[in-house]
Write a protein that binds this ligand. Structure first.
Ligand code: G3P
Ligand code: CA
Length: 239
């Protein structure tokens, strides 16, 4: 079972910063998950919310700020003083780092103004087509990416309420689903396995949930704490 670090190792370092992605690597994550928006000048930036308030304590809307403005904000201090000075990274910076490792990257498209064409060009420029999964709650974004035909894996994100069944995913040509972990049942997981659809549920932080999903044969999990998940998986292997 692969372990993806949600917004990086966000239990240990400020979410969606280089510190969190490097920490995920140090904690032996198989991949990282991150969120992207388009800044006012079109730069893809790695941040979860539409605004910078929660993570930088400054008010402002990501889509209305240029990267030049965003790059001066402190995205680390709100997590802890030792992370003061961490920046909002660009997607290009993160791809450059991930490329130097064996990790995969799950790019979640958040902002409505992200250009699918430019995103795919960037992933291709960094030679990361085979190690990238693009996910989104906007299934339309994924359809556009499929239609562009680069062969990049796409995965619909499902909330606890808005669930896509493995059969629906199969019919739409999706080879993976990223569901909320509480929406999963053994029957759902079994059907996904039968159809060859990878499941990467989020956000799995409790040891008992990690081990239950491992036993049921889930392909991967997305967690804030890759170190803890790794320990659970290793214990299950040796037990
Ligand atoms: O990719 C799974 C998860 O990240 C989706 O929820 O709000 O953490 O982006 P959120
Ligand atoms: Ca996300």
């Amino acid at each position: 079972m692969e372990i993806f670090a949600h917004r990086g190792a966000s239990a240990h370092a400020p979410e969606n910063t280089m510190a969190a992605f490097v920490e995920a690597y140090n904690q032996r994550a198989d991949g990282i998950e991150l969120d992207i928006h388009s800044a006012a000048d079109g730069t893809f930036v790695v941040i979860h919310d539409d605004t910078v308030l929660r993570t930088t304590r400054v008010s402002g809307t990501v889509a209305q700020l240029t990267y030049e403005q965003l790059r001066h904000l402190d995205a680390g201090a709100s997590f802890g003083p030792s992370f003061r000075g961490e920046r909002i990274p660009t997607l290009a910076e993160v791809l450059d780092f991930v490329k130097s490792t064996a990790m995969k990257v799950n790019i979640e498209v958040k902002g409505a103004s992200v250009s699918e064409e430019r995103l795919l060009e960037l992933i291709r420029e960094y030679g990361m087509v085979d190690r990238t999964i693009v996910s989104s709650f906007s299934w339309n974004v994924l359809r556009k990416i499929q239609a562009l035909g680069y062969g990049i894996e796409v995965a619909p994100l499902c909330s606890e309420i808005h669930v896509m069944t493995p059969d629906e995913a199969y019919a739409r040509g999706f080879k993976a689903i990223h569901p909320h972990f509480r929406s999963l049942s053994p029957m759902y997981i079994r059907r996904a396995l039968e159809l060859g659809i990878a499941l990467r549920p989020y956000t799995v932080n409790r040891a008992e949930d990690v081990s239950a999903l491992y036993r049921l044969g889930t392909h991967a999990i997305i967690t804030d704490d890759p170190q803890k998940a790794r320990r659970v998986v290793e214990q299950m292997h040796s037990g």
